[in-house]
Write a new protein. Structure first.
Length: 237
């Protein structure tokens, strides 16, 4: 039996206090993933332009990591065709080539013209979604946000492709997303007057889909995408 002492009488046990659970700090992505995202965004947004030589040391300092994850990230980016590694020198950011533009345009025309024809009988929400994207792109263009406008441009076309319900075509189209984005930003910087024409042609595509005119939609998409092929051959219109 426990013997009560004077201390127990004068100093009763303090009531237990329920502590709120501490918030766990957000876990950062692995170091290699952080470097990969940092460099890739820099390339796509033209902070690292074609011809820029990136060194492991500089990238390690920018992201705050060691050189080992930098090497891993650069290997992934080389596989994706965004950079070329040179041992003991660094990574060269590859410029958008005329052949790359031509290859992407050929694939886009095949997929997007087919998708435009099918989109005439697309789900009702497609028109509303395209109107929303077009309004966003106009705001981005007015603000001079060419990278944002290029991203919205790609999303506008991707929505039309996805509306057809063909998952294989949608995946094929999405595989081009980074190349399209980088290409679109490059074109808008080189030809800033083109953004007004792009917005006008998006309006035309939207109107053709609204009116249910499949052939007009296909014709506008063909003309809209073909402009990039003229650029590839140096025939800017």
């Amino acid at each position: 039996m426990r013997t009560c002492c004077i201390y127990d009488v004068l100093m009763p046990a303090a009531p237990s206090v329920a502590h709120a659970p501490e918030k766990m700090p957000l876990k950062q992505p692995p170091a290699a993933d952080r470097v990969y995202t940092h460099v890739k965004q820099g390339v796509l947004e033209r902070r690292y332009q074609g011809g820029t030589l990136l060194t492991e040391g500089e990238l390690a300092d920018e992201v705050g990591v060691s050189r080992t994850p930098v090497r891993e990230a650069l290997l992934r980016l080389e596989v994706e065709g965004l950079i070329k590694l040179y041992p003991k020198k660094g990574a060269l950011v590859l410029a958008v080539s005329a052949q790359e533009i031509a290859d992407v345009i050929e694939t886009r025309q095949l997929v997007e013209e087919h998708a435009a024809r099918k989109a005439v009988s697309a789900p009702p929400g497609l028109i509303e979604r395209l109107e929303e994207l077009l309004a966003r792109q106009k705001e981005q263009a007015a603000a001079g946000d060419l990278a944002g406008a290029a991203l919205t441009d790609r999303t506008f076309h991707a929505e039309i492709v996805r509306s057809g319900g063909n998952e294989i075509l949608s995946r094929l189209y999405d595989q081009l997303r980074d190349r399209q984005l980088r290409m679109g930003v490059a074109v808008m910087h080189s030809h800033p007057d083109r953004i007004a024409k792009t917005l006008s042609e998006h309006e035309e595509i939207l109107q053709a889909l609204r009116s249910g005119d499949a052939e007009a939609a296909v014709d506008i998409v063909h003309r809209h995408v073909s402009w990039f092929s003229h650029l590839a051959r140096g025939e800017v219109r």
